[in-house]
Design a protein around this ligand. Structure first.
Ligand code: 5GP
Ligand code: MG
Length: 175
């Protein structure tokens, strides 16, 4: 059995989402916005955020995976779905679950930029504080956390725990 410990409650997450949505509503006032969600981890964040936005929104999704069946060990980064998007001259907000080394987000942003959007910004639920070596940071970070593996609110460990309402720290069982 894995041991998990509560880190952020659903209430805390929703309060931050309302905060950040207020800033986005101001920033994109009078404009249309394309939300590009990184599946699967950003699913709950995206729907909860989208319901707080008041500009016309389009929703698109791409897929990125680096952990997969490996659990907490990183494998090869795979990104798919970008080629099907049409972002020329659009306001684009990329939404991902967590920023660790920044490799995933920087590779996705690089590929999105090639479609020449009008604006391109990024938002993440969590940022690990150790990701300081990165040369760039997401435009919006809902919470900073320490160096630990987290699950819940869309985040998985070997495809489990996504359904947990809040964010939890995973203390591995017999791995
Ligand atoms: P990066 O490329 O920034 O090092 O890693 C980001 C990706 O790794 C995230 O999109 C996420 O899918 C995965 N990841 C990083 N840390 C964690 C974690 O603590 N828990 C889970 N479930 N996924 C993580
Ligand atoms: Mg991810």
């Amino acid at each position: 059995m894995d041991k998990i410990e509560s880190l952020l409650t659903l209430d805390e997450i929703h309060r931050r989402i309302i905060d950040v949505a207020g800033k986005l509503n101001e920033f994109y006032q009078g404009e249309e916005l394309v939300l590009v969600m990184v599946m699967k981890g950003a699913i709950f964040l995206t729907v909860d955020l989208m319901r707080q936005l008041n500009m016309p929104c389009q929703l698109e999704c791409i897929k990125a995976s680096s952990y997969g069946r490996l659990g907490t060990r990183k494998g090869e980064l795979k990104i798919s779905g970008i080629e099907e998007l049409d972002l020329l001259s659009k306001n684009v907000l990329l939404i991902d679950d967590i920023f660790d080394t920044g490799e995933t987000l920087s590779q996705i942003l690089y590929q999105l930029q090639e479609q020449q959007p009008k604006t391109l910004r990024s938002l993440v639920l969590l940022k690990k504080q150790l990701g300081q070596s990165s040369t760039f940071f997401p435009d919006h970070v809902l919470f900073e956390i320490g160096d630990q593996f987290v699950v819940g609110y869309g985040l998985d460990y070997k495809e489990r725990y996504r359904e947990l309402p809040g964010v939890y720290s995973l203390i591995e069982g017999d791995v």
